[in-house]
Design a protein around this ligand. Sequence first.
Ligand code: DPM
Length: 356
Amino acid sequence: MSAESTEQRKMVRVGTRKSQLAMIQTNSVVASLKKLCHDVDFDIISMSTTGDKILDTALSKIGEKSLFTKELEKALDDGRVDFVVHSLKDLQSTLPPNMVIGAVLEREDPYDAVLMHPKHATKHLADLPENSVIGTSSVRRVAQLKRKYPHLKFESVRGNLNTRLRKLDEGEMYSALVLAAAGVKRMNWDSRISQTLLPDECLYAVGQGALAVEVRANDFDTLTLVSKLNHEETLLRCVAERALLRELEAGCSTPVAVYTEIKGKELYMTGAVLSLDGSECLKETMQTTLSDTQPQQDTSSADLQHYVSVVAQTVSHQAMKAAEDLGIDMAKLLISKGAGDILSVARQQNAEGEKK
Ligand code: DPM
């Protein structure tokens, strides 16, 4: 390669968390981009976030928002990096005003999975002895699983996936962990999954299993670059899910759970709001039709429409709007049935837990 052609090459800096899972996710996104654009080089810059540093407190009790994203968003804002790869479920439903989600990649398995202590390897949750302890810091999982498995106890477990698996295998505290199947599979630990929790027992978190690329809203070059990664069906499902969460004014530490599916032109959503102990559960299913008309091409970044902070030049406005409206309508329906009270009690209980 001549010196001249080297000068033509563009350098894009990519921000990521340092954990093994975050690195696997970022490397896979960069590998996909390299296949699509041969004239761009990528420099991966990794950093620790508050969520990685505070390991002794349940996520719901730290109280701070954007635990896993704030430091990365600062680097993006400062121009130290051009985009950041996240698990979509870790991204707030309302991003800072100068940030957008420029790509949502094809969803991995969205369900939650059970990983057993080696001494229970062949069991399912139903077979575990009375009062066995299940490790998870997710209020969403605890609330749903308490309903199905009242014989089990649930305790917070923190740390990255490697730390959690070590705590399960090397200790006597936990009989099993519940983790997102997507993360477990990306770590190549598929063989440890003894049970997948299907929607009748545990709905997943908003955005679970999908990766997202966060970009400065005014950086049209990077937006155009990463838009090649979009997976339309995942994107529309996740717009609906994020709209539900935003309209409920809920976050990752509130017991809100979803299931979405696209069949033909129909987008289906089941949404649920639970009390922390699972005694109350509101669950509804709705659908909408996704008509495809005009994609948002041939505009500058200032003209691009945002749908719950997601922009997609190549996806139809009408479809994005229909997906967003479905999430909003679902939130309104759940609120009309009392979701607001359930969520405000849950928030209060989380805050009380924080003070203890
Ligand atoms: C959020 C939650 C958890 C993560 C809450 C929830 C799980 C916390 C815990 C919002 N973020 O799911 O109800 O288990 O203590 C997280 C994981 C992944 C992204 C790990 C996991 C990987 C899967 C993916 C943590 N964020 O959930 O097991 O990309 O969706």
